[in-house]
Each structure stands twice: as structure tokens, then as C-alpha cells.
Design a protein around this ligand. Structure first.
Ligand code: ADP
Ligand code: MG
Length: 725
């Protein structure tokens, strides 16, 4: 261990080894408490950065930190990542031979490591215990600490041996514990079972601001998936399906559609599962199609989307799976493809316990609500959302444009009357059939075609279903939580039937209901706009380096780090160190290679006369260019639409012209007392032409931009914005 680090501050370590400028929410508090010798329990969502909370103090403590981790794959990834960053660390688990273990422990005795990751089963083994009793252990960090609780989902009996191990040490180390999933009961259980002493308990918010939540109700799920994937060719993601059979068919269809997909479910041989998982981790396949068996222990940071092809059985599972997207803090997409059939599948899969049925019902409510999805999730987990409109879920981004407020008073009254006449004995489907006047066997058998409400409403079944869901959410109706739920009157039913009742619903307009998903796609959160060619080049370089060392690419640099390189375009080693995620060791190892690539790119770009840096949040590819010839003011309008969206001031046509003059594409000529700008020879080559038109009785010369000329202006918008004439 280099001697300097004992004097380094937590911030210094963060920057020097991990390459980050600031701590995230909760990290610094936990680290300071640990350093002051206090036990801590950190409950933070997936991707929040729990590892740094024990890795940073481990670097500052004199002794060694033992990290208890439940999974070999997790340990491996973390050790690779740490050693890449220059942190001396090792793991001890069953993937090593006895000889390798003895060797590692020998190194440890000589102070070779600051962190040792170990499986809980091994703590009390003779060899390890005698090492530990003689060693200077500063901290015991328990990762995935919920494994110690029987109330949690992944109880691991070996975790309960931890206190016994601690008791056998000469000096009690700081005991820190971390988990993403803890209900209040599990939280207390962790601290008690670990015998933590007066721990600081820090629960950081469950919100994951970088995730965009989207729910669609498509007629054809596969087409919806294909459409979603169409602009994500170079991004990694997971597609979760409810059953093995669905995994098989979706994976096959994706591969037929020339996607690079693999599969994972419990029906495959261990070896194939391992291989497929490895392919995904190492970016050899882009999409993993899997059941919920896939994911525990996947620390892959650059998963940029998670699609649920089927509705999961509860929000706990949904949020945990969706949360695997965007661990690197980059904007990521979570799309859920909902269909009625998913509810039946789940009813078949879950046991009849009331608790499960309630959870399923909440899940269904989530899929059908038109309120903020983020707020819904946070409320479900007992947290209040900061705002009513998060601006980063499909319901919030669409609420102004894609929703209309519909008056559903009459529909409501018809539905409630019908429920009453049906004696509150039937479910949604048959209620809808009666309302719509369907003479099917069930309706006829029960004589429901004789009711006065039979055939009273001619809206589509889907539309009526949406209204009924809304009425359930608003307590006008109740849906019983049973295997075959029944619709009854809710507490507000009476209110709805009063003559002056007025009931409204935020609804998708008719056209949208038919799932024209294109409009939605455009509004999804996008990644920070970077030059895609440069990003691809840096990614290729990263893969080359990773392959040379047999490591997953994200261990070399995260996607977010490559993105930051594209934005900062460093040209010196110092500037390279300013890139988020680049610490001293990685800068030394890889700086030269990446700087060379970036340098080459800038040179090419300059030669091609393309501006390499778009302003932040600005994506010139979003500006529409037209195949026809247009005037400079129309061109300015097109550009301004996007500038305003990104929070920039508008530019004028005149500014564009002045800039073109400065570039030599236009020239100022005087015509009597007036001056005008006309294209130079160069401008003409670019695609600017002049035309004489009659404007207000005067013949005026106007300049027209063909598509090529439009594109030239559009790619250089940043320069034009910053241009001073
Ligand atoms: P968790 O264990 O809480 O799920 P990790 O510890 O795996 O999360 O961290 C998730 C990602 O966040 C990692 O890629 C890590 O490098 C990154 N990260 C952690 N802390 C910071 C920070 N302060 N600044 C920037 N990135 C961070
Ligand atoms: Mg973790």
C-alpha cells in the first residue's frame, strides 16, 4: 500500500482512486461516521454507490477491511474494478484452490491488501480465522446485509455467523452494513442480528432520478419492443419475461431481427447460464432476455434499459429489476409492456395468500394509472415524492400534450348502475360485456341481457376498462382482491349517482389509445448528447483493452466516463484526469491511448469542418432538416424549436447569415443604399442559392438553403450561438 494514503482525506481518495469529484447523497455522512469509529447501516437504492462507502474508509484506515459478500461473481467484479483503480484488494472464496488461498493470506499478512472480500461461509474456517485473529482488522463491511434476515428475500444462514466471528477477534472492528432492500422490520433485524453498537442508520431516498419510467399497453408486444430497441443498437439492456417459454420466443425473434441477444432462465444448464451471463457482462451480447432468475449479483453498470415484457407480480420485484438500469447514473429507460393477460399469468403463478393478491392489485394499478409513475412507486415504498410531476416518466412528459381531461360522469353513472343491477357479483370483463351489449354465453346464461343497462354504452372494451380502473383508483368502485376479482360499489359510489355529480379523468385521446407509440418514443429521456462516432470509437478502444486483459469492459471505464470524455474532449493528461471516473492509476494506464483517439477524432472533425462539441443537452440531430429549399428564417425557426427546449435563447436568421459571411460562404454586396447578403461560390457549393421573388410588390432577392446547406448550419449551431459578429 502506498504510504501517502494514510494522510489522504476521503475526498482525496475519491478523486485519486475513483476519479470522482464529489460524493453522492449519503456517502459522505456514512464515511465520516465509519472513520470516527462508529458502526453504520446504510440503506440505499441499487446504483446509489454503497461500495464507495466502505471502500473509501478502507483506504484511510491503518488496518485491513474485510468485506462480506454473498456472491462470487460480485466479488470478482469488484476486485477487478478496485485493482484497475489501483486499490490493493483480493478475494477469498471457493473459486480459488487451497494453495491460492494460502498464498493470498500470506500476502495479506504482509500487508499487501487494504480490502479482502470473503464469502460468509469461510469466516470461521480454521485457516482464515487464525489469520484474522492475528491481523489488524479495521472494519468488517457487510454488503447485501439483508441476507442476514429471515424476513428478507435472500436469507443466507451463513450470514448469522458474523457476530460469532467478530467476537473471536482481539479488537472489535467497526461493523458497517449495506443493503438496497430493507423494510422497517428487516432494517431492525439487520442491526440486531449483526449486533451493531448504536449504529448510524442512514436511509437514502429510493428515488432513482435518472430512470425514465414508461408503460405501454400495446396490441403487439414484440413490435413495441422492436420499436423501442430501434434507436438502441449500441446500448446494453435486459428484457424480463414472466416465463421460460416467453424468454425463448422473444430471444429467438430478437436474433432473427438481427439483434444480438442471449437468454437466461432456470431451465438452462448451469454452464450455459454462466456463459450467457458472461457474454452479457463482457458486452459480447447486447440484450439479455431473462426470467427474474437473472440479475441478483449483476453489478454491470452500463445497463441502459430494462424492459418488462410482462407485468411482474409486484412492485418490489419490478423496482428491483428496473433498478438494474442506469447504475452508472446515466439516463436510462425502464419500459413495461402491460397486457390484461399478464394479470392472469400472475394469478396462476402466485399463491393465493391475501398479501400476494393485494400486491398484484397494486401492480396492476401502477400499470393503469395516469398519475406520475415515480410518485406512485415512492408512495408505495412509504416515501413521499418531492413533486407531483416528476417530468421523467411517461405520464408526466405526456400530460400536457398527450392527455385530455375527459368528462366521464355519464359513463360512471352507467357503470355503477350496471354494477348494482348485476348484484355486485361479477368481474370487469363481464361487466364490460354487459355494458357493450355482448350476447355471449356467460351473459345469456345469467340472463344479464335482460338488464336495463345491457348495451347502454358503446365505447370500446379497452376504453371502458380504463374508465373502470380509474373509478377503482378513485374509490367509486372496489375490485376485490381475490383470484377472480369482483367489482362492487366503492365508498364514493353514491356521490357519483347524485344529479350534480361531475367526474373527470385524465385520459389518452382516442388516437393515442390506439398506441401510436412513435410520439412517445421521441419524448423518452435520451442519453447525454455526444458525438456518436467518437463514443463508438472510444468504446471500441475500451473493448480492445478489456479483451487483452480478459476483463469486462465496464471495469476499464464506465459508459458514463466515455460520455464525459466525449463532452470534455481532453487533450492533455491533466485534462484527462478531469474526466469523471478517471483516477490517477487509470489515467496513467490508459490516458495516452484514449487521448490519442480523441486527438485523432478532433483532427478529423476539424478537417471535415464539423464542430465536435455540441452544447450540453443539445442534440443537433434532433433538428429537422427538409428535403426542399427553405429560407433562412424557416431554418432559424427549426433550430429555435430545439434551442428553446434545451433552455437556450433563440437565434435570428440574421445571425446565421452573419456567421456564414464570417465563414466565407456568403458575401455582403451593396445595392444602391441597401446591402444584401448573397452566397459566395463556396456557399453555392454548399447548397445556398438565390431566387428573386415578388414581396409586397417589390422584387426581392432571397437566399434558399437546400438540405445539405441546412445540415451544415445545423451541425454548427453551437458555434453560431457563441458567434460574435
Ligand atoms: P450499489 O452497490 O449501491 O448498487 P455501486 O457501489 O455498485 O452501487 O455504485 C454504482 C455506480 O456508481 C458505480 O459505477 C460507481 O462507480 C458509481 N459511483 C459511486 N459513487 C459515485 C460518486 N460519488 N460519483 C460518481 N459515481 C459514483
Ligand atoms: Mg452493491
Amino acid at each position: 500500500m502506498n504510504k501517502g494514503s494514510a494522510q489522504m482525506t476521503a475526498h482525496g481518495i475519491l478523486k485519486e482512486y475513483f476519479g470522482y469529484d464529489s460524493f453522492r447523497e449519503g456517502q459522505e455522512e456514512l464515511i465520516q461516521d465509519i472513520l470516527s469509529g462508529r458502526d453504520v447501516l446504510g440503506i440505499m437504492p441499487t446504483g446509489a454507490g454503497k461500495s464507495l462507502c466502505f471502500q473509501v474508509p478502507a483506504m484511510i484506515f491503518d488496518g485491513v477491511t474485510l468485506v462480506i459478500s454473498p456472491l462470487i461473481s460480485l466479488m470478482k467484479d469488484q476486485i477487478h474494478a478496485l485493482t484497475q483503480s489501483g486499490v490493493p484488494a483480493a478475494f477469498i472464496n471457493s473459486s480459488l484452490t487451497d494453495r491460492q488461498i494460502s498464498k493470498a493470506l500470506n500476502n495479506a499478512r504482509n500487508g499487501a491488501y487494504k480490502l479482502i472480500y470473503i464469502a460468509p461461509e469461510r469466516l470461521l474456517s480454521g485457516e482464515f480465522l487464525s489469520f484474522a485473529q492475528a491481523a489488524n482488522i479495521s472494519m468488517l463491511a457487510v454488503d447485501e446485509a439483508h441476507c442476514i434476515s429471515q424476513w428478507g428475500q435472500d436469507f443466507r444462514p451463513s450470514y448469522t455467523q458474523i457476530p460469532e466471528f467478530v467476537a473471536k477477534l482481539q479488537i472489535r472492528p467497526v461493523v458497517s452494513a449495506f443493503t438496497a432492500t430493507a423494510t422497517p422490520r428487516v432494517k431492525e433485524d439487520i442491526a440486531a442480528k449483526l449486533e451493531q453498537k448504536n449504529p448510524t442508520v442512514l436511509v437514502s431516498g429510493f428515488d432513482r432520478p435518472n430512470l425514465f419510467f414508461d408503460i405501454k399497453h400495446p396490441h403487439d408486444k414484440f413490435s413495441a419492443l422492436a420499436e423501442f430497441l430501434s434507436d438502441k443498437r449500441d446500448r446494453s439492456g435486459i428484457v424480463y419475461c414472466a416465463t421460460r417459454a416467453t424468454v425463448e420466443s422473444v430471444c429467438e425473434k430478437l436474433n432473427q431481427a438481427k439483434h444480438n441477444a442471449s437468454r437466461y432462465h432456470a431451465g438452462l444448464a448451469d454452464s450455459e447460464r454462466r456463459e450467457n451471463q458472461d457474454d452479457f457482462l463482457h458486452d459480447r451480447v447486447q440484450i439479455m432476455v431473462a426470467t427474474n432468475a437473472f440479475g441478483m449479483g449483476i453489478d454491470k453498470s452500463n445497463v441502459s434499459f430494462v424492459v418488462h415484457y410482462n407485468m411482474p407480480k409486484d412492485l418490489e420485484g419490478y423496482y428491483q429489476e428496473a433498478g438494474r438500469a442506469g447504475r452508472d447514473g446515466e439516463p436510462a429507460n425502464c419500459l413495461l409492456l402491460y397486457s390484461k393477460g399478464d394479470v392472469s399469468t400472475n394469478l396462476f403463478l402466485i399463491s393465493d395468500e391475501q398479501q400476494n393478491l393485494n400486491r398484484l392489485q397494486e401492480m396492476e394499478r401502477f400499470c393503469t394509472t395516469s398519475d406520475c409513475l415515480r410518485q406512485f412507486i415512492l408512495n408505495y415504498f412509504g416515501e413521499s415524492a418531492k413533486t407531483e410531476n416528476c417530468g421523467n416518466c411517461t405520464n408526466c412528459t405526456n400530460c400536457e400534450t398527450a392527455f385530455e381531461i375527459a368528462d366521464i360522469t355519464i359513463d360512471t353513472q352507467q357503470i355503477i348502475s350496471c354494477v348494482i343491477r348485476m348484484k355486485e357479483r361479477f368481474g370487469t370483463r363481464i361487466l364490460v360485456d354487459v355494458l357493450r351489449g355482448k350476447r355471449n354465453a356467460k351473459v345469456l346464461n345469467f340472463g344479464l341481457d335482460k338488464l336495463s343497462t345491457f348495451g347502454i354504452n358503446n365505447k370500446s372494451a379497452a376504453h371502458l376498462g380504463e374508465i373502470i380502473n380509474h373509478l377503482i383508483n378513485e374509490n367509486y368502485l372496489v375490485k376485490t382482491a381475490e383470484k377472480f376479482p369482483i367489482i362492487k360499489r366503492g365508498t364514493r359510489a353514491k356521490e357519483a349517482l347524485s344529479p350534480d355529480a361531475q367526474i373527470f379523468m385524465k385520459a389518452k385521446p382516442q388516437a393515442m389509445r390506439l398506441q401510436s407509440d412513435k410520439k412517445y418514443a421521441a419524448r423518452q429521456s435520451t442519453l447525454r448528447p455526444v458525438n456518436t462516432a467518437l463514443f463508438a470509437a472510444l468504446k471500441a478502444l475500451r473493448l480492445e483493452i478489456a479483451n487483452e486483459q480478459g476483463l469486462p469492459a465496464f471495469v476499464i471505464f464506465h459508459d458514463s466516463t466515455l460520455t464525459d470524455m466525449c463532452l470534455k474532449l481532453p487533450s492533455t493528461p491533466e485534462e484527462f484526469l478531469n474526466v469523471s471516473g478517471v483516477g490517477g492509476v487509470k489515467a496513467e494506464k490508459y490516458g495516452a491511448k484514449f487521448l490519442k483517439k480523441i486527438g485523432e477524432f478532433i483532427a478529423d472533425a476539424l478537417e471535415a469542418n464539423i464542430s465536435p462539441t455540441p452544447p450540453p443537452d443539445f442534440d443537433s440531430s434532433k433538428i429537422e432538416t427538409l428535403a426542399e429549399n427553405i429560407t433562412v428564417s424557416i431554418l432559424a425557426d427549426k433550430i429555435n424549436c430545439h434551442l428553446i427546449e434545451c433552455g437556450y435563447d433563440k437565434i435570428t436568421g440574421r445571425r446565421i447569415n452573419d456567421w456564414l459571411v464570417s465563414k466565407g460562404h456568403m458575401a455582403i454586396i451593396s445595392k444602391g443604399t441597401k446591402t444584401a447578403k448573397t452566397p459566395t461560390e463556396e456557399g453555392a457549393i454548399l447548397g445556398i442559392t438565390t431566387e428573386t421573388r415578388e414581396i409586397r410588390g417589390e422584387s426581392t432577392q432571397i437566399n434558399l438553403f437546400n438540405e445539405n446547406a441546412q445540415k451544415y448550419v445545423v451541425t454548427n449551431v453551437q458555434e453560431i450561438v457563441n458567434f460574435s459578429p
